[in-house]
Design a binder for this molecule. Sequence first.
Ligand code: FAD
Length: 317
Amino acid sequence: MKVTEHIKKAKGKTLFSFEILPPVKGESVQNIFDAIDPLMEFKPPFIDVTYHREEYVYKKRENGLLEKVSTRKRPGTVGICAAIINKYGVDAVPHIICGGFSKEETENALIDLDFLGIDNVLVLRGDAIRSEGRFEADPQGHSYASELLGQVLDLNNGEYLHEEVKRNKTNFCIGVAGYPEKHFEAPSLKSDLKYLKMKVDMGADYIVTQMFFDNQKYFDFVDKCRANGIDVPIIPGLKPITTLKQMNVLPSIFHVDLPDDLVDALEGCKDNKAAREVGVEWAIQQSKELKEAGVPCLHYYTMSKSSVTKRIAETLF
Ligand code: FAD
């Protein structure tokens, strides 16, 4: 079932959902099941599975020289989605990205997803390869999420890359990303919203936000979206802080601000255990306020660890 149908069916009740990462290559899929099992009691209608592009690693050759090798450290997004549907009877939302894919490869991946009975995709550009400064599209691929969105919409309309007549129409419900605190490359929030609106006008069905720690930023973002004619559901994404290090790491990776009260509380923590308590309490308060405001769904970035999300969900669902 489509994410938007789940939201409609809930008739204003806030849903619970979460995102997991495929395990690091060589780890068992059981790790994923162990992360999902404790959260099933909260009846997530859908679970997102991230996609991770290739990275470069350096391997030492016999002659002592280093060889640059391209590898994907977390493969398995499609397989995990199929496993989730099979094992839990819950909808899985694979993330699909522009980076590292030609249009042909994207088309084939979408055909696989369609054949597996996957009804939803979250369409993203993807970030730069870790060792590279800025995002570079595949020469035969897409530079922006909107272009990838266009390809999914074409397939939903039965238009394949090299077929001259229309063929089987896929029926993907399409989510896109939104940034309450602006995407870090965008020159202004106004400019970022222009491209977000473009994605929605093209046919994106819903938006999932980047994590934020100040609900007012989400509320202001939703107001601005509505004022700009963006009328699809906007699902807030929440990341509970679980370590002291995240106080600095999250802003540097995700380009988000932490409110002073949260920083003060974290700075007063003597270890990660104390920081986790602060993080959980903060996420509970954020979640309660968002739920009271009637958000369609609370979507948690679990990093494939369930204990913290479970504690938060227990107080809300
Ligand atoms: P876009 O919508 O393409 O926007 C990228 C930038 O370009 C923005 O600054 C935008 O304003 C600008 N822009 C957009 N269109 C145009 C245009 N036509 N001309 C000029 N400028 C334009 N990354 C992964 O690799 N894997 C994941 O699984 C993943 N999951 C995510 C889930 C969520 C909910 C979020 C919020 C992010 C996720 N990301 C993931 C990160 C995402 O790929 C990055 O944030 C990426 O830098 C931007 O992706 P986007 O889809 O927002 O890009």
